[in-house]
Design a protein. Structure first.
Length: 243
């Protein structure tokens, strides 16, 4: 039986289109083809204005941004013996702008903490040094006494950033061809201590950052629960700001 992808828009009246996962010759569907079909479904003039996601058997949302992600989806369907998977087409606007404003306060606090560091900042802007800078900044960041949830998220984030397995995975991924450019841009923004630059970078490279996070979770299974908790807390904060 031919395995298929069910592209589905999100909304009161969702639209659906069925696509074969692979051609008759066995060639997997490309991301370019998938995004073109999704754009047609949305009647969108901007094919970069949405995310493609599916939910795996663990209940985690997985983003499809590269051809390698389609291959992972094919492997997942084979492992789970699935004939079809629903891939949601989630538009980013105006969510993108709203998300930027929602994280602005947190970023300003982090940058302020960076500017008040008494220890010397590592001279060489590398991913490892950038993580050390983030850890030092988070440690000096004040959290309101009545904000137990934010304090818990801060501690969870510190636990992840200080984990040796996590550090090793970040360095390896940043050195890979897939994420070299993304790593360079993020490290530069962090070292610049510029909240606006960090915000703009996060929003402009959001798809890639999601894929990067997925790779980290796959490489650090012991940290998966903590990492997912941090992400869910951040997303919950964004949803509250939207309301």
């Amino acid at each position: 039986m031919t395995k298929t992808i069910e592209l589905t828009t999100i909304g009161d009246e969702p639209l659906t289109q069925t696509l074969p996962l692979a051609s008759a010759a066995g060639e997997l569907l490309t991301v370019a083809t998938l995004r073109a079909a999704a754009a047609a479904l949305l009647a969108s003039e901007n094919e970069q204005n949405f995310l493609l996601r599916y939910t795996d058997s663990d209940g985690d949302e997985v983003t499809i941004a590269h051809d390698g992600d389609v291959k992972e989806l094919a492997n997942y369907m084979a492992d789970e013996k699935l004939d079809s998977v629903t891939v949601s087409v989630a538009t980013q606007q105006p969510a993108g702008r709203r998300a930027a404003s929602a994280v602005q306060t947190q970023l300003r606090g982090l940058v302020t903490a960076m500017s008040k560091l008494t220890t010397a900042k590592p001279k060489q802007p590398t991913p490892a040094n950038a993580m050390n800078l983030l850890v030092a900044s988070l440690q000096t960041m004040d959290v309101a006494e009545d904000s137990e949830e934010l304090a818990a998220v801060k501690q969870q984030l510190l636990d992840v950033l200080e984990d040796e397995e996590f550090k090793k995975a970040v360095e390896e991924l940043c050195a890979s061809e897939e994420f070299q450019d993304l790593a360079g841009v993020m490290v530069t923004a962090i070292y610049a201590e510029d909240a606006q630059a960090i915000e703009e970078t996060v929003m402009a490279r959001f798809d890639e950052l999601l894929v990067f996070a997925q790779r980290l979770v796959a490489r650090c299974p012991t940290l998966k629960p903590t990492m997912i908790n941090v992400v869910k807390s951040c997303m919950s904060g964004l949803q509250q700001r939207r309301g």
